[in-house]
Every structure is written in structure tokens, then in C-alpha cells.
Design a protein around this ligand. Structure first.
Ligand SMILES: Nc1ncnc2c1ncn2[C@@H]1O[C@H](COP(=O)(O)OP(=O)(O)O)[C@@H](O)[C@H]1O
Ligand SMILES: [Mg+2]
Length: 326
């Protein structure tokens, strides 16, 4: 992988939120939502970020979008570190990195028609455009997300969840982004609709050369779409590898447990495999355990795991694992 093909490179990213403070406002405790993660995404590829709710996926995505200014670390977008630059310096990147989230309903103005929602996004760059071009662009965007252009006169509440998500995608595409942060974009949809939206993401990637940071709590969702997958636990990446390798050769005990909860389609495989039931709950990131964050729930935890954080090490061929037992 040449450096030139890397669209996004995240280094030692940390986002700590103040949780408790003294009476004069000095924070004494922090929620370490993201606590030192490294990854990179090749242009035109999909990077899947998975893990249970609360592990820091959305926070990591919001740092990439620079909704948050990270506590520490770097975010190189096309080679430029955008982690600390000012809002005016960020301007050229704002349109280039777009967000699609779980249910766009909350962000859609109920009084605005589908057409005018897309129109607003088309005009958002402030450039002067002829009315005929604007109309053509709206039609083009609706067609791209496989919504009938005749839907332009409808309102968000008249649409199904899947249609609304298509509208959310059309709105994001209006900015001609290169990178899209997809934060659990199908979690709120019925399983049958989920597959349609995933297929749409894939065909848009092919047509437009898009790069995705695809966030999901469900491994079954990312297994189809991601090229590379990182598994997060309590603000850390515990395993990262090619998507195929994840299913063939999971190494981290947490990944194994997550995988064992994903249904397989083959009946015989299903009979043979054993479920690993995770005991206990995900600890709060305010009271993160010492050493390996997973050790209180790990069946293989040794003394070292309780005191020392295992580094994320390449076990060969770009398969990274953070576990003392490897
Ligand atoms: N703005 C915030 N202020 C304080 N704590 C936050 C904030 N956003 C998220 N958190 C905390 O950070 C942790 C990670 O949250 P989040 O990134 O939303 O996880 P995920 O998207 O994986 O479910 C959670 O413990 C959450 O409560
Ligand atoms: Mg989230």
C-alpha cells in the first residue's frame, strides 16, 4: 500500500471528556472515550469500526469529522493534519468529509420537501448556479440513491426508514465528498432493508470512488462491506485485519466472542461451533481497568494482563492483535 493511496491516517488519537471536576472547574476525572487509536484508510476502500455500544466508535468518527477537536493525536487527511487546525483552515475539508448517521429523521426539517432538502445541500457551497442545473443535479442525486425523482414533492414523514436513509445519503453526496463517515447507517432499519442500503453503499462506492469509515456494532453488517476491520473495546483497537482474515482467523478473545454471536448461514458449521458467552459488562470508560481493558472479562487473563496494556502488534501480513497471549 503506497502512502499516496492513503486518504485518511489516524495516529494515536485520543478523546478524553471531562467527567468530574473540582468546585472551581478543574477536571479531576476523564471519560477516555477514545484512548490512543491508530488506523489508516486507503482511497476507495471501506474501513469497518466495530465494537459494543459505548466503546468509542462515534467519538472517533466525530474527531475525523472535526466535530470534536481531539485531546491528542493526529488526523491526516490527504497528508494534511486536520486535528488541530482552525475552523477557517478546515473549510476546504468540511465538504469533502461527510457524515451519514443512524436515522436522518432528526436532522430533516419536517416542513421541507425532499426536493428542497436536496436543493439546500446542492446550493450549500455558495456558488452561483443556473436553476436548470440545480434541478438536473437534484434529479441526478435522487436517481443515484435509487429514489424516484417524482418523490421530490414528498415530505420526510411520508417516507419509509429506508427511503429516508437514501435521502440522507443523497444530501451527503450533494457535497461531492471523498470520505463518508457512516455511523451505524443501517442499525435502525429492518434486516431486509439493511441489505438494500448496504448494496447501495457498495454501488455508490464503485460509481463515485468513495471511501468509507463504516461504523457498526454488528459484525454481520461490516463483514459484507468492509475491506479492513478494526475491533474496538473501551477506547482501544484490540484487533485489526483484512475482513476475510477476521472470519478465518480471529485472534483476540474479544473478537472471538463477538464473532461467536454472529449467526452463520451454514447449518453444519452452526452445529459444530461453540458460543463464547461474555461474562460481566463493559466497564465504564471513567473507571477503565488497569492493564488490558478486556482483562476483567477475559478467560485467559494472566497477571501481566492486569497490569500492562498490550501493544497492538502486527502478527504478520497486517493482522494486528493487542493481546499478551499472542
Ligand atoms: N460529549 C461527551 N461527553 C462526555 N462523554 C461522552 C461524550 N460522548 C461520548 N461520551 C462517552 O464516551 C464513551 C464512548 O461513546 P461513543 O463514542 O458514543 O461510543 P459508541 O459510538 O461506540 O457507542 C461512552 O462512555 C460515552 O458515554
Ligand atoms: Mg455510536
Amino acid at each position: 500500500m503506497s502512502e499516496q493511496n492513503i486518504l485518511l491516517k489516524v495516529e494515536n488519537l485520543k478523546m478524553h471528556f471531562p467527567a468530574e471536576s473540582t468546585w472551581f472547574g478543574k477536571p479531576t476525572k476523564f471519560v477516555k472515550a477514545v484512548d490512543g487509536i491508530d488506523f489508516q484508510i486507503e482511497s476507495g476502500k471501506t474501513f469497518g469500526l466495530v465494537g459494543e455500544s459505548g466503546c468509542g466508535k462515534t467519538t472517533a468518527g466525530k474527531c475525523v469529522l472535526r466535530i470534536y477537536e481531539p485531546t491528542e493525536g493526529s488526523i491526516y487527511y490527504q497528508g494534511t493534519d486536520i486535528s488541530k487546525i482552525t475552523e477557517s483552515q478546515l473549510k476546504p475539508y468540511r465538504r469533502s468529509i461527510q457524515l451519514i448517521f443512524q436515522d436522518p429523521y432528526g436532522s430533516l426539517d419536517p416542513r421541507q420537501s425532499v426536493g428542497s432538502i436536496v436543493r439546500e445541500a446542492v446550493l450549500a457551497d455558495g456558488k452561483k448556479k443556473a436553476e436548470a442545473d440545480v434541478k438536473a443535479r437534484i434529479e441526478e442525486l435522487l436517481t443515484l440513491v435509487e429514489l424516484d425523482p417524482s418523490m421530490a414533492g414528498r415530505y420526510p414523514h411520508e417516507m419509509s426508514g429506508g427511503q429516508r436513509q437514501r435521502l440522507g445519503i443523497a444530501r451527503a453526496l450533494a457535497c461531492e465528498p471523498k470520505l463518508i463517515v457512516c455511523d451505524e447507517p443501517v442499525s435502525a432499519l429492518d434486516v431486509s432493508i439493511q441489505a438494500q442500503i448496504i448494496n447501495l453503499f457498495e454501488s455508490l462506492q464503485e460509481k463515485l470512488g468513495l471511501t468509507y469509515l463504516f461504523i457498526a456494532h454488528d459484525l454481520a453488517v461490516v463483514r459484507h462491506i468492509a475491506d479492513t476491520i478494526a475491533v474496538m473495546y473501551l477506547g482501544h483497537i484490540v484487533e485489526m485485519m483484512d475482513a476475510g482474515e477476521l472470519y478465518a482467523n480471529p485472534c483476540h478473545p474479544y473478537t472471538k466472542a463477538l464473532l461467536s454471536a454472529v449467526p452463520v448461514t451454514d447449518y453444519y458449521t452452526e452445529q459444530k461451533r461453540s458460543r463464547i458467552v461474555l461474562e460481566g459488562e463493559v466497564p465504564s470508560p471513567i473507571h477503565a481497568p488497569s492493564g488490558c481493558p478486556f482483562h476483567p472479562r477475559c478467560r485467559h487473563a494472566a497477571d501481566l494482563c492486569k497490569t500492562q496494556m498490550p501493544p497492538l502488534v502486527d502478527q504478520g501480513g497486517g493482522h494486528f492483535v493487542a493481546c499478551h497471549n499472542y
